[in-house]
Design a protein around this ligand. Structure first.
Ligand code: SAM
Length: 253
């Protein structure tokens, strides 16, 4: 077991079956799994999907998976899911290695898919789902919800895994869709979110002014924002309001 690779293997058969049921797979699906591990989920997915591609970083586990799934509808890619070129897939089902949650989620969202059923650490899942005005509302909430509709499917206790993690987990369903608001420059929006949520106790006026040189915002553009907005803290603004603010100070639209 290599703890730094997030190797907590699912042992609860009921949860395993529910994950596969949530994914609602059929023969026309090509499912991507990140972190095949000992193959417990891989094999279940292979029973219902047309094709399964699993990416596993640990060479020993990947070799074992390759042997185990020889002459089946499973393809094993040994490598780092953050680095490999992703193959074709239309759905994703995975019990993610938690240390790559953020990076792999945005890589997958960038690749596009119908929907994903993913296990995350509960705290991370809460931040992805969080609504404005709550303690968990963060840059992650805004950026994840920009790309996808996110639903909580269930909370999973540590006892569902071996070895047991110290924290609870959660299964989420991510369904990519067009954001219900316009962002004129996504890179700029991301930079702005990083700046304002990095200083979440500060009024927007102060965090934006401090980050202005780094973000390339002419100081004059900040005065385009209404004073009562500038006095607010970032966690009180909806994603749509934050996007509006980004569009105004970026290009005045
Ligand atoms: N699928 C199995 C299950 O459900 O029990 C294992 C899940 S375990 C939480 C995560 C797996 O991801 C481990 O097998 C680990 O070796 C693998 N892993 C860790 N980092 C990875 C990476 N960057 N790319 C691909 N696999 C990775």
């Amino acid at each position: 077991m290599k703890p730094r690779l997030g190797q907590h293997f699912l042992i609860d058969q009921h949860i395993l079956e529910r994950i596969v049921r949530y994914a609602d797979l059929n023969i026309s699906d090509t499912v991507l799994e990140i972190g095949g591990g000992n193959g417990i989920l891989t094999r279940k997915l292979a029973e219902v999907a047309g094709h399964v591609v699993t990416i596993e970083l640990d060479r020993d586990l990947a070799d074992r998976l390759t042997l185990m799934t020889r002459d089946t509808n499973v393809v094993v890619i040994q490598g780092d899911a953050l680095k490999v070129e992703l193959p074709y897939f239309n759905k994703i089902v995975a019990n993610l290695p938690y240390q790559i949650s953020s990076e792999i989620t945005f890589k997958l969202l960038g690749a596009g898919f119908e929907y994903a059923v993913l296990m995350y650490q509960l705290e991370f899942a809460k931040r992805m789902l969080a609504a404005p005005g709550t303690a968990d509302y963060s840059r992650l909430s805004v950026t994840a919800q920009y790309h996808a509709n996110i639903e909580m499917l269930e909370i999973v206790p540590p006892s569902a895994f071996k070895p047991q993690p110290r924290v609870r987990s959660a299964i989420l369903k991510l369904t990519p869709r067009e954001a219900p608001y316009q962002v004129n420059d996504l890179d700029f929006f991301n930079g702005l979110l990083k700046a304002v949520f990095g200083q979440r106790r500060k009024m927007l006026k102060n965090s934006i002014t401090a980050a202005a040189p780094m973000l390339g915002i002419p100081i004059g553009n900040i005065s385009r924002l209404e004073e009562n907005v500038l006095r607010r803290r970032p966690e009180t603004l909806t994603p749509q309001e934050l996007a509006g603010l980004s569009n105004i100070i970026m290009d005045g639209t």
